[in-house]
Design a protein around this ligand. Structure first.
Ligand code: FMN
Ligand code: SF4
Ligand code: SF4
Length: 253
């Protein structure tokens, strides 16, 4: 079973690609994350996929795994999608596997388009199409290890990066991952896509305009995927290219 959490669609894209090769079923965990539900999966093999947020796997996804139940000793593969690097994700997932009594089979990364529009430089559509295409060999390599039941190759991690991430992560989620920065401009047509796309159920449409609640994890789905590009996240996002996600970029071709 492939279980994935996604904001802008990169992790979903990787999950679907991987499913095609491995013939594993996929489960979109966004609803379970949103509703704070738990999963109960008795499979011998588990494949978890989520984005990297601040050098670590997305915390709401780790929380979902933590409150779920799995077959004791099931082999668990972890894959993170990222703009550049998986950071300390392997250490987080190794510790989580130990806690859950499942066998840690490693954590691989798939570099996909950067979606953190409120902080990073964004690539244009053409560059992003190339990044998505270039990700295919990594997905194939990951699938091969899984099909052979082999663990992923270990890569060294800088202890200093982990110490730093551990120190700032909680505060970063609390103080920076909020929806305070978001506003809808007069380009908004009230279509409701931002409401549908928010994996945390944090956006609702009121009087034809989006209103943001308190549950934001800065996944960047609402601001990037708005078809009218009507959402801004402060001055930094004005005039920046939006990343609409793999299905939009690839459908355009
Ligand atoms: C809040 C936030 C933090 C991020 N931090 C990192 C990071 O530390 N390293 C990195 O390489 N990419 C980082 N990214 C980029 C995402 O990991 C990347 O675009 C990912 O593929 C998005 O997956 P999704 O489309 O499934 O949501 C960050 C993105 C967001 C929204
Ligand atoms: S997706 Fe964009 S246009 Fe549609 S309601 Fe949200 S902000 Fe408005
Ligand atoms: S409000 Fe926007 S950025 Fe925050 S979790 Fe929802 S979709 Fe993601």
């Amino acid at each position: 079973m492939i279980v994935y959490f996604t904001g802008t669609g990169n992790s979903k894209y990787v999950a679907k690609k991987l499913a095609k090769i491995t013939k594993e079923e996929t489960l979109n965990a966004n609803r379970a994350v949103r509703k704070k539900e738990s999963l109960s999966i008795e499979d011998d093999r588990l494949i978890f996929i989520c984005p990297v947020y601040v050098s670590a796997p997305a915390i709401p996804f780790m929380d979902l795994i933590r409150r779920s139940s799995f077959k004791k000793g099931a082999k668990a593969y972890f894959i993170v999608t990222c703009g550049a690097s998986k950071g300390c994700s392997p250490k987080y997932f190794r510790d989580l596997s130990e806690e859950m009594g499942i066998e840690y089979m490693g954590c691989e990364q798939v570099v996909m388009p950067q979606n953190y529009i409120v902080y990073f430089k964004m690539s244009d559509d053409q560059e992003n199409r190339k990044i998505i295409k270039d990700a295919d060999p990594s997905v194939k390599k990951i699938a091969e290890s899984i099909l052979k039941n082999e663990p992923f190759a270990e890569t060294p991690m800088k202890t200093s990066e982990y110490v730093m991430t551990k120190m700032i992560l909680g505060a970063y989620y609390k103080f920076f991952m909020t929806s305070k920065c978001f506003v809808a401009t007069d380009k908004c047509v009230g279509c409701g896509k931002c409401e549908q796309d928010c994996p945390l159920g944090n956006v609702s449409i009121d009087n034809g305009h989006p209103v943001w609640g308190q549950e934001c994890v800065h996944c960047m789905a609402c601001i990037n995927r708005c078809p009218k590009e009507a959402i801004e996240g402060g001055k930094k996002t004005v005039g920046k290219v939006r990343y609409h996600g793999p299905e939009v970029l690839l459908a355009d071709l």
